[in-house]
Design a protein around this ligand. Structure first.
Ligand code: ADP
Ligand code: LRH
Length: 480
């Protein structure tokens, strides 16, 4: 029977990839056309994304993908490029780990208190929310020249098509959107002096987003017309759409550079308790709410690996599996781990100041990181159920971290719930499925999930060990 190919451009903080999804009646296959490193650059003015190299990776990937029905783009959230009046990019997009937002939130809260900000947007505090980035940028000459702001997937879409838009799921991470209406929070923007006309018009997953430009067709060897379809362009929104869940009683953890742990809800939770617990209400596919907490994730390990000159990962994980369990844990939700550099030393410091044994070898430090992530997963899954009054029977893990069997098992142990792990390329799959649906091949979210459970069966991890050991480890960390 007929099979249709779609190209999914998925840019993570550690790598970018162009994947090809082949969708038929009851079939779904994903293959990697091209993968490239995403290496940010330390310039004198700060930490910047190498956006031109990422765009080149996208073009190389589309060439490798071959003929496709359409293209969709998703990436990490919150960051953006500024364009001048002629539509040319003004400078390299600033990395969300750059230090420019230090101390900015406090200035914003002097105008709009944190409680009011949360009640209006439902977005958790993170120093890098676009709102704070814009406040930090306001005094720069670059900003003064800017006529348009495009979030990263929308910027790449603009370069591919010449058309501008602001995709809704990613717009929800700016902290300028009202999650109840799915429209801008106009009153908030006015009070904070943010000009919403900087943003291109909102578009929804499934909306048409232009055609590949003639120059792009020539560069990629594709034959036009090739449409670009807006997908859930926040990578986490695409990943959640591709959780192979049955029913509603599930939690999910999207594990990659970050761990995003929480629930899919039909309405936001905007309570003060939710704010205090730092849960966010980002928008998902079809008006759903991604009620989740950001956890530092495998970034902690990535940064150690960089410092250790990239040792063999499977061997290191095997040694970590044999290292003593729960000897020391750190708070994997702590923004103290946000900036790059000196990660093994910073983890050792955190263990020392909390009066725990200081891990020393790479195997011990890796075990400390994975135990700490599992512990943070446990807290997020428990807190989300309580705050949203939404009990679950199972935890789905998707993303690159599903390739780490130790992390999946520890998460099952810590949560005291079965873990269903996979797919590893959930964001790309969600991207493909939204394109296929816009093309008329699929129905609602449940229909998409049925296709996933049949074609991408997850790996099951049963909880083991004594839950009391996790409670004890939890009590060693001060609660936020
Ligand atoms: P992002 O999209 O944020 O760049 P990914 O979803 O690609 O992240 O996940 C990357 C992470 O997956 C890496 O940091 C690494 O820890 C983990 N990972 C990838 N491959 C493997 C592997 N073979 N074994 C264990 N972990 C892996
Ligand atoms: C994961 C992610 C996450 C955001 C962060 C900036 O890639 O999109 O959902 O909070 O990057």
């Amino acid at each position: 029977s007929a099979v249709t190919s779609y190209a999914a451009v998925d840019l993570g903080a550690s790598s970018g990839r162009v994947m090809v999804g082949r969708v038929g009646r009851g079939t779904l296959e994903l293959t990697e056309a091209h993968r490239f490193r995403n290496r940010p650059v330390h310039l004198p003015e700060g930490l910047r994304w190498d956006i031109l190299s990422l765009y080149t990776g996208v073009l190389d990937g589309l060439r490798a993908a071959g003929p496709v029905r359409s293209v969709g783009i998703d990436s990490w959230a919150v960051d953006y490029g500024l364009l001048d009046a002629d539509g040319a990019l003004l400078g390299n997009p600033v990395h969300y780990r750059d230090t420019r937002t230090e101390g900015i939130a406090e200035k914003v809260w002097a105008t709009v208190p944190a409680q009011e900000l949360y009640a209006a947007t439902g977005v958790q505090y993170a120093p890098f929310n676009t709102l704070y980035q814009l406040t930090a940028a306001r005094s720069t000459t670059e900003f003064a020249r800017a006529g348009r702001l495009l979030l990263i997937p929308d910027l790449l879409g603009y370069w591919l098509t010449g058309e501008q838009g602001t995709e809704l799921t990613n717009a929800s991470t700016t902290q300028l959107l009202d999650p109840r209406t799915g429209d801008w929070s106009y009153g908030l923007a006015r009070r904070l002096g943010i000009d919403l006309s900087l943003f291109a018009p909102l578009r929804r997953p499934g909306d048409p987003a232009g055609l590949l430009r003639p120059g792009v067709l020539a560069r990629t060897g594709l034959t036009g017309p090739v449409p670009v379809t807006a997908v859930a362009s926040h990578d986490t929104a695409s990943a959640v759409a591709a959780v192979p869940a049955v029913g509603e009683r599930f939690a999910y953890i999207c594990t990659g550079t970050w761990s995003l742990a929480g629930l899919e809800l039909l309405a936001p939770v905007l309570t003060e308790a939710s704010r205090a617990a730092n849960f966010t209400n980002e928008l998902g596919l079809d008006g759903t709410i991604r009620y989740l907490r950001n956890i530092m994730g495998l970034w902690l390990l990535q940064e150690c690996l960089r410092e250790w000159d990239d040792p063999d990962l499977p061997a290191l994980l095997a040694a970590a599996a044999d290292a003593p369990a729960l000897r020391s844990v750190v708070d994997a939700g702590d923004t103290a781990f946000l900036a790059p550099g000196r990660m093994p030393a910073r983890i050792a410091e955190a263990c020392r100041t909390s009066g725990q044994p200081v891990p020393d070898s790479p195997a011990e430090i890796t075990r400390c990181i994975l135990d700490s992530l599992a512990l943070a997963h446990r807290r997020a899954v428990a807190d989300a159920q309580r705050l949203a009054d939404h009990p679950v029977d199972v935890v789905h893990i998707v993303g690159g971290g599903t390739r780490n069997a130790l992390l999946c098992q520890l998460t099952a142990d810590a949560c005291g719930l079965p873990v269903l792990a996979g797919p590893a390329e959930a964001a790309a799959l969600g991207n493909v499925l939204v394109q296929a649906r816009a093309d008329g091949l699929l129905g609602d979210r449940a229909d998409m999930r049925r296709l996933l459970t049949r074609t991408q069966p997850p790996t099951r991890y049963e909880p083991r060990g004594d839950p009391a050991s996790w409670r004890a480890a939890e009590s060693r960390l001060a609660t936020p």
